[in-house]
Design a protein around this ligand. Structure first.
Ligand code: PGA
Length: 255
């Protein structure tokens, strides 16, 4: 991965059933590989599709595989969970943790998310840590308090010399923007990213922190986000399910 290239994470969530995910990659493998020469592409299919997607993309691919979550535990008696060790063994270089859908539906706490991060770091996987305020928190003006709380344990782990990751991806996703079609104003985003960049510089001076934006990124909204200099890339949900849209976003958003 070129350190300077713009990062595009395709978070397919549970939208694509297994056969669909494979078809997507088979149909577009040539173009996907071509796109990944211009930017850093991280594809995040469901667990069961990770290995076959990797095979379809081929040995020489520059596309990165990412998981959408992982267990907070080492391998053991945890029915239904997937360990970071397994993810590493099947070639995942990245893993999303702390997504608002996991915080909401799986009741994941900041402590559990930090345990997941520890497992990822032990196994050499780069975490994509999602943070973001709810609509109520946004309206109450408590965004920075929420983001700082969500990052506290993440920063503590990442600054531990025994675990220190070569790189950390932090995806700011205002919960109220996810899947809504609308994004925050440029002024608001400027403030949030300035603060996040300052926090990363203060707390993790030795870690290469990349800041991503997520929440209704599409071919229309990307022009609003691109000028924010601290944004190193994007976490794309709905619009990553259509390859032509995804390709367009990469060409428009690439810095
Ligand atoms: P969206 O999802 O692009 O569909 O809003 C982004 C995400 O939840 O990661």
């Amino acid at each position: 991965m070129n350190n300077k290239s713009t990062i595009f994470v395709a978070n397919w969530k549970m939208h694509m059933p297994f056969a669909h995910a494979l078809q997507f990659c088979t149909d577009n493998s040539k173009e996907l590989n071509a796109v990944s020469k211009q930017a850093t592409i991280i594809l995040c299919p469901s667990y069961e599709a990770l290995c076959p997607v990797g095979i379809v993309l081929g040995n020489d691919t520059t596309i990165n595989l990412g998981a959408q979550n992982c267990s907070a535990h080492i391998p053991g008696a945890y029915t239904g969970q997937v360990s970071a060790q397994s993810l590493a063994e099947l070639g995942c270089r990245f893993c999303i943790i702390g997504h608002s859908e996991a915080r909401t539906h799986l009741h994941e706490t900041n402590t559990e998310i930090a345990q997941k991060m520890e497992q990822l770091l032990i196994n050499g996987i780069i975490p994509i840590v999602c943070i973001g305020e709810t609509e109520k928190e946004y309206k109450d003006g408590t965004t920075f308090t929420v983001l700082t709380e969500q990052l506290e344990m993440i920063f503590a782990l990442a600054s531990n010399p025994a675990l220190r990751p070569p790189m950390l991806l932090i995806a700011y996703e205002p919960v109220w923007a996810i899947g809504s079609g609308s994004i925050p104003t440029r002024e608001y985003l400027h403030k949030v990213y300035a603060r996040l960049a300052q926090l990363c510089a203060e707390k993790l001076p030795h870690v290469d922190c990349k800041l991503l934006y997520g929440g209704s990124v599409n071919e229309n909204t990307i022009a609003e986000i691109k000028p924010i200099s601290e944004v190193d890339g994007y976490l794309i949900g709905g619009a990553s399910l259509d390859f032509q849209k995804f390709k367009k976003i990469v060409s428009l958003g690439n810095k």
